[in-house]
Design a protein around this ligand. Structure first.
Ligand SMILES: [Zn+2]
Ligand SMILES: [Zn+2]
Length: 340
């Protein structure tokens, strides 16, 4: 059982994950720049307990687990050439203002991370609000990417609107943009929690609405409660007059990054990685849609994925959805794992 409290605080695009929320509180300035606070406490049960295992089968399972970890460690070296080491941060980049230690594969294993369980092995996605045709398409593709990336079934729930009028405390006009914003606590507690299916590792709502977490903050990209296995991510600030592919890549990156946090993955500081923190859209745009060797080992471990096959699946998915550059690279990574 994973019982540590986990807090995620987000500034601009990214989230920081720490083991105890109270350690972060002094660092959170309630300014317009800070955008998300993920209040998390006791978490999902981790791992699969298998009733009826004999001591012999336990030993066999332990040997298999050791072999699997060795393979994953060996694969780290094989795909390292595809990733850039983390560059020295520019003035407004995430690492210029966040002193983070990073997290290797072994450190992740030692941290007793949250894993999907046999009973909770699906990610539910709820489109929440009124979407443009383009936003609908982007959410569908991003959901498919998360499915291929984490090897977990995605179950799409029927889209539903946010009914108006909202109570005064649940909605406001943003002072600067004059756009209506919806309070994240209302979405998490009153809309998502009652919908949470028993087999959900997580229920994630994508919404075109702009969000705010409390009156002191200007806006928030997203907020989640791992304790309750629900989260909401906004598309409102990802579009930014970008072309379709840029908007799609941003949404994929945000969705896959946040899902990684929901499985206890911390920010990556070793490589330019999907799991690195980002402070602004420019930083997000220069990051890959893939995770680095260390973070990929974590994902293959939690999903029991064969790494070469997983890359092939991702290549096919990207090719089908017009992400040709990424598709070619996933194919090359698959070959690198298989050939060496
Ligand atoms: Zn993050
Ligand atoms: Zn990484």
């Amino acid at each position: 059982m994973w019982t540590s409290g986990v807090g995620l605080y987000e500034k601009s695009m990214a989230f920081v994950i720490v083991t105890k929320p109270r350690h972060l509180v002094p660092h959170v300035r309630r300014t317009a720049a800070f955008i998300a606070l993920l209040a998390l406490s006791a978490l999902l049960p981790a791992g699969c307990s298998r009733s009826g295992d004999t001591p012999a089968s336990n030993m066999s399972a332990a040997r298999e687990a050791k072999k699997e970890r060795k393979e994953l460690r060996d694969n780290i070296k094989k795909i390292e050439p595809f990733f850039k080491p983390m560059a020295k941060p520019a003035a407004y980049d995430w690492l210029a203002s966040h002193n983070e230690p990073g997290q290797t594969f072994d450190e992740y294993l030692d941290a007793d991370p949250v894993k999907p369980t046999r009973e909770r092995d699906a990610i539910y996605i709820l489109p929440l609000g009124t979407f443009t045709p383009q936003q609908t398409k982007i959410v569908a593709i991003a959901s498919g990417y998360i499915e291929a990336f984490y090897g977990l079934a995605i179950k799409m729930l029927p889209a539903r609107p946010i009914k108006r009028p909202l109570r005064i405390k649940d909605s406001r006009r943003n002072t600067y943009t004059k756009v209506e914003q919806v309070r994240t606590g209302y979405i998490l507690d009153e809309l998502l929690k009652p919908l949470l299916p028993a087999d959900a590792a997580a229920l994630i709502a994508f919404t075109p609405e702009d969000l705010f977490p409390d009156p002191s903050m200007a806006y928030v990209f997203g907020q989640a409660s791992l304790e309750n296995r629900v989260g909401v991510w906004s598309l409102a600030r990802l579009d930014d007059n970008a072309d379709f592919d840029t908007f799609l890549r941003r949404t994929i990156k945000i969705g896959a990054h946040e899902t990684g946090h929901m499985f206890s993955m911390r920010h990556c500081t070793k490589y330019e990685c999907l799991m690195s923190g980002t402070n602004h859209l420019g930083e997000t745009d220069r990051r890959p849609i893939d995770a680095c060797p260390e973070c990929t080992a974590k994902i293959c471990w939690i999903s029991n994925a064969d790494q070469a096959s997983r890359y092939k699946t991702l290549a096919m998915f990207c090719r089908k959805n017009g992400l040709v550059k990424e598709a070619d690279e996933f194919d090359r990574k698959s070959v690198a794992i298989s050939n060496s």
